[in-house]
Ligand binder design. Structure first.
Ligand code: HEC
Length: 155
């Protein structure tokens, strides 16, 4: 009996430590986003000093903006917003980006407006990762600084 009781005790201790592990893991991951958020805040503050995009002769852009344009093409946003962003089924993004805030832009593209026909792209890693680059490209189009059509990197 004593042996059994001992074994049982050892078993519950073991189970206890197993059960504890996920808890610790949870605590760690609860700390992680806080660190990520503050790192993000620093990045945004830095980005505020730098220009949103750089463009030469209308069709040569910095590497980030080029990725934004490639994301636009890969996701075929033109299917609804038109090849020159001037609107089709979806509104003209040339006009939209004159009034839509950067945050509202991100929210609309990532969450979508499903009931109004705008799909959500938040589950598509290439869009989620490039959302600021996509914004930079479309803002450049809206500002009239970037030409419609094919782009290349600044030489
Ligand atoms: C299937 C068609 C479709 C596709 C594909 C699509 N959109 Fe839209 N989009 C819409 C519609 C329709 C609306 C208008 C929703 C509304 O009435 O609020 C919209 C709205 C938007 C808005 C908000 C405009 C405003 O003035 O509030 C942005 C920004 C936008 N789309 C960007 C994009 C981007 C970037 C992509 C590609 C990653 C994309 N859309 C792909 C149909 C589409």
């Amino acid at each position: 009996m004593k042996v059994k009781a001992y074994l049982y005790g050892a078993l519950t201790t073991l189970m206890g430590s197993i059960a504890l592990q996920p808890l610790q893991a949870q605590q760690q991951s609860a700390d992680a986003p806080a660190a990520a958020v503050s790192a993000g805040a620093v990045a945004t503050a830095r980005a505020a000093d730098a220009p949103l995009y750089r463009v030469v002769e209308g069709d040569q852009v910095d590497a980030d903006t080029l990725k934004g344009w490639k994301t636009w093409r890969a996701m075929a946003c033109d299917r609804c917003h038109g090849p020159n962003q001037e609107g089709m089924v979806g509104p003209s993004l040339i006009e939209s980006l004159k009034v839509l805030s950067r945050d509202d832009f991100k929210k609309t593209v990532l969450d979508g407006r499903i009931e109004k026909g705008m799909p959500n792209f938040g589950g598509t890693p290439s869009v989620a990762e490039n959302i600021d680059r996509l914004y930079a490209y479309l803002k450049g189009r809206s500002d009239g600084a970037i030409k419609p059509g094919r782009l290349k990197g600044i030489e």
